[in-house]
Design a protein around this ligand. Sequence first.
Ligand SMILES: Nc1ncnc2c1ncn2[C@@H]1O[C@H](COP(=O)(O)OP(=O)(O)O)[C@@H](O)[C@H]1O
Ligand SMILES: [Mg+2]
Length: 234
Amino acid sequence: MSLLEVRNLNAGYGRIQVLWDVSIDVEPNQVVALVGANGAGKTTLLRALTGMIRIRSGSIHFQGHEMAGSAIESIVDLGIAHVPEGRRLFMGLTVRENLLLGGWRKNNRDLTRVIELFPALGERLNQTASTMSGGEQQMCAIGRGLMSMPTLLLIDELSLGLAPKTVDEIVARLPQIAASGTAVLLVEQDIDIALSVSERAYVVETGRITRSGPSRELLTDRSIQEAYLGLSPG
Ligand SMILES: Nc1ncnc2c1ncn2[C@@H]1O[C@H](COP(=O)(O)OP(=O)(O)O)[C@@H](O)[C@H]1O
Ligand SMILES: [Mg+2]
């Protein structure tokens, strides 16, 4: 049984349908990428998974539970954490306070795992989030998600607005996060990064999954290189 099993999901906003028959699987301890251009429907899928929007049809099973219609709080309790696009930290609070808020529902105050992953945060626990670089803020947002001890971490546009070197540093931690019991669904416009770090990937185009498979194969696929990686047809 997959950790997350989405089948024929249809969802959108009001009368506008955005996702069409989307099916994806995430296995335990895996990094899976969902890649696609701006506006393809990636964030909408995460919103459907976390109960922020109602789905029209299809199913979402997490550890065998049907999730459709569940409240956001119960989704956290079941073991899903969401690192939203733009991080959404409490900028006036310290790093420690932001992290502890992530652990609040699970009564987790142990910062060890997060600090081991991101030592830079350990040195900045008493700084307000607003004083940190974009990369450190992203580390803090991921750390806050991990504080709820999830079995699945959803990360929306990890690389957005960050320098390539910073992105590499953060992305390098994802396999370690997955291996220690938190599978990662990485949503990215930057397909190169997402395919490089993940084991499997899905390509979403205008709300439909058009390709899927081992990331290594997709990364070397000619049509994907031409469409997304700036390689001219030849
Ligand atoms: N709150 C909303 N209301 C109506 N349409 C929306 C809303 N949010 C996103 N959309 C539309 O849904 C489509 C997919 O958007 P989104 O899921 O944000 O894509 P992505 O995350 O892949 O960039 C876009 O056409 C976008 O305009
Ligand atoms: Mg998005």
